[in-house]
Design a protein around this ligand. Sequence first.
Ligand SMILES: *[C@@H]1O[C@H](CO)[C@@H](O)[C@H](O)[C@H]1NC(C)=O
Ligand SMILES: *[C@@H]1O[C@H](CO)[C@@H](O)[C@H](O)[C@H]1NC(C)=O
Ligand SMILES: *[C@@H]1O[C@H](CO)[C@@H](O)[C@H](O)[C@H]1NC(C)=O
Ligand SMILES: *[C@@H]1O[C@H](CO)[C@@H](O)[C@H](O)[C@H]1NC(C)=O
Ligand SMILES: *[C@@H]1O[C@H](CO)[C@@H](O)[C@H](O)[C@H]1NC(C)=O
Length: 287
Amino acid sequence: MLRFALFLVAILGYLQVTSSLAIESRGTTTRSCAARPSGLWKPSPGTTWDYQLSHPITSASSLNTSLKVWDVDVFDNNATTIQAIQSLGLKVICYFSAGSYEDWRPDASSFDAADLGSDLDGWPGERWLNVSSPAVRTIMDARLDLAVRKGCDGVDPDNIDGYENDNGLNLTQDDAVDFVLYLANQAHSRNLSVGLKNGGAILPDVIDCMDWSVNEQCVEYNECDVYAPFIKQNKPVFHVEYPKGDDVNNNDDVSESTKEYICGDASASGFSTILKNIDLDSWIETC
Ligand SMILES: *[C@@H]1O[C@H](CO)[C@@H](O)[C@H](O)[C@H]1NC(C)=O
Ligand SMILES: *[C@@H]1O[C@H](CO)[C@@H](O)[C@H](O)[C@H]1NC(C)=O
Ligand SMILES: *[C@@H]1O[C@H](CO)[C@@H](O)[C@H](O)[C@H]1NC(C)=O
Ligand SMILES: *[C@@H]1O[C@H](CO)[C@@H](O)[C@H](O)[C@H]1NC(C)=O
Ligand SMILES: *[C@@H]1O[C@H](CO)[C@@H](O)[C@H](O)[C@H]1NC(C)=O
């Protein structure tokens, strides 16, 4: 009887070891960062930028070429426009929402209703996505292919932080880590650079596979120190604040004191900080 009990203990111990090995190997297969392609575009800290999503860039020749990186919508801008921006010596990051469904996009009908969660608070027509769903990932692969066809230098996959919102899908940080690493490997395999959009909570698990950070409102939320590891890794933090709140009247300037408060924030030292209105049109103030 005792020997049988010892045998059972041994078996159970063995099962426990093999199951933890299985988790470990799943971790090393799906959780690793594949080697980057040679010549991948890797911007440096302090690189200047602008962020315009409200409308396509209509006249590349009128852009301010002091701003070296342009983060623009992958659907709304065509290859001709992107090439025209690049011909000015500027780089183009193509924005798309990776973690939310947007009902107006040309590929909206590709989504499976079962993969859609709650509405995004304050963003009509958007719903959180099940980022673990293979069907969702296939759609995001196609968006990366679109970015390649349009000639983008990199991508800005947004809304990967459903875990910190009421998402209706029980999304976890772990789901986000898996998804962000998936997107990064897919982007790199296409010679596209890629950044972490917000998502400070998962930064330690993904930063090595990221080429930059795009951060919204870390001064407002007092969390810029969370993103400082990017600067230490010699990667830029493309940082935007929206100091005008809901005000999108471009005749309204930001007060000098507000600007000094944002631009002087020591925890954002080395960041590429810009001030925009919430519509992300052409209005900008730089530090
Ligand atoms: C990646 O793109 C860069 C231009 O951004 C190019 O110089 C480099 O050769 C490309 N690498 C590969 C492996 O295609
Ligand atoms: C590309 O977009 C620009 C700006 O919206 C537009 O003027 C142009 O006609 C478009 N070109 C093509 C080939 O669709
Ligand atoms: C999300 O997708 C994964 C993978 O297909 C699935 O296991 C999980 O049940 C889905 N979650 C929800 C809430 O449907
Ligand atoms: C989320 O988790 C709760 C608690 O485990 C469960 O009752 C609910 O059905 C889950 N929701 C989804 C969409 O899976
Ligand atoms: C272009 O951007 C630079 C850097 O922010 C700024 O100093 C300059 O005033 C801008 N030029 C125009 C014409 O807006």
